[in-house]
Design a protein around this ligand. Structure first.
Ligand code: S3P
Length: 200
């Protein structure tokens, strides 16, 4: 469901009770704002925030570009999968995942079981504008990064579509987007979101 509007702060305790030990898991493409909005949502809900890419960098003591360069994407994906699997056991929390994580079927099933997923959906211009600010995305080190991003949108958006909550992100205050995420989560959980997904 795509949500808009703000949620009443008084709904937070009910939301947290329905969430239980699950994590709120942000998915979406590079530049969608998973970390910025995830951190904001965590602050509003009083939950810890963790970013799976930061965790991967901490345990490997390497940056993501160095990991890709030294060990290749397949090794990075294997590590990403293990790290997210472990982190999902540590909820409730807000967990921001790297853009490719949700593409792995096992990771998707684990997120469905231990979390509530939120896709921050963005258009190509918004994504390109944001990723241009930092040179830390190995997949975009290409002659035509815009074409790469367009291809990733085609490939991944049908899969991100499986997320429990979908929020259209855009050039708007992060407080507004965070409020829309919380409203979306509240609606999903009120709607019986806790029992929709079977265990993998
Ligand atoms: C990737 C996204 C990155 C990072 C890695 C691969 C992807 O994370 O995990 O560079 O496959 O989309 P962000 O989405 O946080 O930029």
């Amino acid at each position: 469901m795509t949500m808009s509007g703000k949620t009443d702060a008084h709904d937070v305790p009910a939301l947290l009770e329905r969430l239980g030990r699950r994590s709120i898991v942000f998915v979406g493409l590079m530049g969608a704002g998973k970390t910025v909005i995830g951190r904001k949502v965590a602050g509003r809900l009083g939950l810890p925030f963790i970013d799976s890419d930061h965790e991967i960098e901490n345990i490997s003591r390497m940056s993501i570009p160095d990991l890709f360069a030294s060990y290749g994407e397949a090794e990075f994906r294997a590590l990403e999968r293990r790290v997210i699997d472990r982190l999902l056991g540590e909820g409730p929390q807000v967990l921001s995942t790297g853009g490719g994580a949700f593409m792995n079927g096992l990771t998707r099933a684990a997120i469905a079981h231990h979390g509530v997923s939120v896709w921050l959906k963005a258009d190509l211009d918004t994504l390109m504008h944001r990723v241009a600010k930092r040179q830390n995305r190995p997949l975009l080190k290409a002659d035509d990064p815009r074409a790469v991003m367009r291809h990733l949108m085609e490939e991944r958006y049908p899969v991100y579509e499986e997320a429990d909550v979908i929020v259209q992100t855009r050039d708007e205050l992060k407080e507004v987007i965070a409020a829309e995420v919380i409203a979306g989560l509240a609606a999903f959980l009120e709607d019986g979101g806790e029992c929709r997904k079977p265990a993998p």
